[in-house]
Design a protein around this ligand. Structure first.
Ligand code: OMP
Length: 286
C-alpha cells in the first residue's frame, strides 16, 4: 500500500510536504530571463526547490491549477516536474481536487494515475458522493495509489457548508470524515493507516484533537501552514504518535527568499532553510 511508503518517509524525513504551487510571479528575474519558454523557467525553479528541500520533505504536492493557468507550456512544466520527482523517488501528491460522476471519474483516474501525469496520490472532493470516488478504488487496491479526500478545508469559507449541522446533530465535515474512514478501512496499510486519507486544514485547530481521535485510521494531508497563518502548535493536535499526517506549505517555502529580502540567486537556500525550520518546529511540538 502506498500509505506505507508515505508513513516511512515521514518516519525518516519528517512531516513537511513541500507545495510546488509555482506562479511565474514567484520566480526570480534572472531565471525568467534565462529561458525563452515558460516550461523551462518553471521547471528549473521547481527542480531547484526539490533539490534544495528534499532532505527535509517526506513528499511534494503539485497543485495543477498553477500549471493549467499557463496552458500547454504550463502542463509541460507539470509533466517535467512529476518526471523529475519520480526519478528522485520522491512521493508525489497531485492536488487536482476532482469530483464527478463515475464515468468521468474513470477518465480522471486514468489521467492522473497512468500516463504523462502519473502521480502517487491525488486529492478529491467528495461532495458528489461516494460513487464519485469508486472509480479510483481499483488503483488504490491494486496499483499502489492513494487518495486524499477533502474533509475540513483550511479556508474561511469552510464554515459555509462543512460546518452546517446535519439532522444527526453533527457537522457535515464530521459525517464526511466518518464515511471516508469507513471506506478507507478496506485499504489499510501495515502502518495502520489507510491509503485513503483526508484533507484537514490546520487553521481551525480547536477541534483537531477530537478529529485525530475519531479518525484513527485516516492519514491527514494538512494544509494551512505558513502563508495561511497556521503554525506548529496548530498542527500538533492533528498528528498522533509523531506520525499520522503530512503538513503542506507552498508559498511559505517558495517565497522564503522574498520574505527574508534575500538574494534572488539564493532562493533555493532560503527554501531549504524554511523547510528545515518547519520540520524542526513540528518535531518540537509532537
Ligand atoms: O487540498 C489542498 O491541498 C488544500 C486544501 C485546503 O483545505 N486548503 C488548501 O490551502 N489546500 C491547498 O494547499 C496549498 C496551500 O498553499 P499555501 O497557503 O501557499 O501554503 C494550496 O495548494 C491549496 O490549494
Amino acid at each position: 500500500m502506498i500509505i506505507d511508503r508515505l508513513y516511512e518517509a515521514v518516519e525518516s524525513k519528517g512531516h513537511v510536504c513541500v507545495g510546488l504551487d509555482t506562479d511565474l510571479s514567484y520566480i526570480p528575474e534572472f531565471l525568467l530571463k534565462k529561458h525563452t519558454n515558460i516550461s523551462d523557467v518553471i521547471f528549473e525553479f521547481n527542480k531547484t526547490i526539490v533539490d534544495s528541500t528534499a532532505d527535509y520533505a517526506s513528499c511534494f504536492k503539485v497543485q495543477i491549477a498553477y500549471y493549467e493557468a499557463y496552458g500547454l507550456e504550463g502542463l509541460l512544466a507539470y509533466k517535467k516536474t512529476l518526471d523529475y520527482l519520480r526519478e528522485k523517488k520522491e512521493i508525489i501528491i497531485a492536488d487536482i481536487k476532482r469530483g464527478d460522476i463515475s464515468k468521468t471519474a474513470e477518465m480522471y483516474a486514468k489521467g492522473h494515475f497512468e500516463g504523462d501525469f502519473e502521480s502517487d496520490f491525488i486529492t478529491l472532493s467528495p461532495y458528489m458522493g461516494l460513487d464519485s470516488i469508486e472509480p479510483y478504488l481499483d488503483y488504490v487496491k491494486n496499483k499502489e495509489k492513494g487518495l486524499f479526500v477533502l474533509v475540513r478545508t483550511s479556508n474561511e469559507g469552510a464554515k459555509d457548508i462543512q460546518f452546517i449541522d446535519t439532522a444527526e446533530g453533527e457537522k457535515i465535515y464530521t459525517t464526511v470524515g466518518k464515511k471516508i474512514q469507513t471506506l478507507g478501512e478496506n485499504y489499510l496499510g501495515k502502518c495502520g493507516y489507510s491509503s485513503i486519507g483526508g484533507v484537514v486544514g490546520c487553521t481551525h485547530a480547536d477541534e483537531g484533537r477530537e478529529m485525530r481521535k475519531t479518525h484513527d485510521k485516516t492519514f491527514f494531508l494538512i494544509p494551512g501552514y505558513g502563508a495561511q497563518g497556521g503554525g506548529a502548535d496548530d498542527v500538533a493536535p492533528l498528528l498522533r504518535d509523531g506520525n499520522g499526517g503530512v503538513v503542506n506549505s507552498s508559498r511559505g517555502i517558495l517565497l522564503a527568499y522574498k520574505k527574508a529580502d534575500g538574494k534572488p540567486e539564493e532562493f533555493g537556500a532560503y527554501a531549504r532553510e524554511e523547510a528545515k525550520k518547519m520540520k524542526e518546529a513540528i518535531g518540537n511540538v509532537i
